[in-house]
Design a protein around this ligand. Sequence first.
Ligand code: ADP
Length: 354
Amino acid sequence: MLNQEQALDALRLVVEPGLQRDIVALGFVQELKVSDGRVAFELQTVRPGEAAEKLKREAEDKLKAAGAEAVAIELTGRARGNPVGDGQGSLPGVRNIIPIASGKGGVGKSTVSANLAVALRQTGARVGLLDADIYGPSIPTIMGARQGPQLQGQQIIPPVLHGVAMCSTGFFLNPDQAVMWRGPMLSKMVDELFRRVIWGELDYLIVDLPPGTGDVQITMCQRIALTGAVIVTTPQPVAVQVAEKAVIMFQQLKTPLLGVVENMAYFESAKTGEREYIFGSGGADALAGHWDIPVLGRIPLATNLRESSDAGAPIVVSNPDSPAAKGFADAAAQLIAAVSVRNLNAEKPVEINF
Ligand code: ADP
């Protein structure tokens, strides 16, 4: 009769093609139950649609070949939670809090935050998006928010856009206020937004940080249990150099780094398909190589990406077959894997050597 270890061995033969690792090592096999030759588990989805169904069929085949009599697999968007998040600094019901950071402004951090959030949602995960970029809160525009949140006493009910619960500091700040306010006041505001917004149950809360390494970022790392940060940069050396400062900040504050997204990585001619490296190339690779963090994805410079952001319809929704949208779907898949593996490892007890 097939036992738990044999079932896991069979599932180790199933490799997620985009991630090039097996579904057990990736932590995507959840709630595995094996009894009387019957196997049931939940398989975490990284790519929606046919790709997920194909992986499910492959898992079924491998288990049956190993001797399983019956197999029941349920696809789920549910993510492994940050085990540290159970304690102080966590938000009830929120499994992973992931800040998106950049060294400087204008590299597309907000564009990446919004599209990653919606791409994660498309895998079936429950997602929230907090726009903490006090100096240029652009998330409401990118997500197409027509109205702000509802207030119920002290509580803030966020609007849900493209399936993502979203709240922005822009709803509460006058445009000139952010410039006037000092760091501690801004940090307090961001902290209040974390706690007063009714996020509900979330697999991922994506936080669009202000650019740089200021008070908001530092306070958040100190006060909130973060799963890990994502860095956005363009390939340009000047952008990479400042992105490195953000990397150093997270390292000093002991916030894990989940990876780098290279935005405006190249421009592809619609006519010839030829790629032009307008901002140079190799920036994200250099950063990732030096700090030993993965490159999660590369997003091309694309007119339709800018247009869809301005129109309030993230490109992963408005033009899912475009190269930019595919870049975001790939980056979301890599991010799901990075979170899963990080949390799987964090669950293991820490060895203390005397
Ligand atoms: P940040 O949050 O880093 O300041 P934004 O996300 O607001 O940057 O992007 C700055 C501008 O660049 C916006 O007008 C946005 O639409 C545009 N943009 C961002 N990424 C791309 C891209 N890959 N291709 C084309 N335009 C982009």
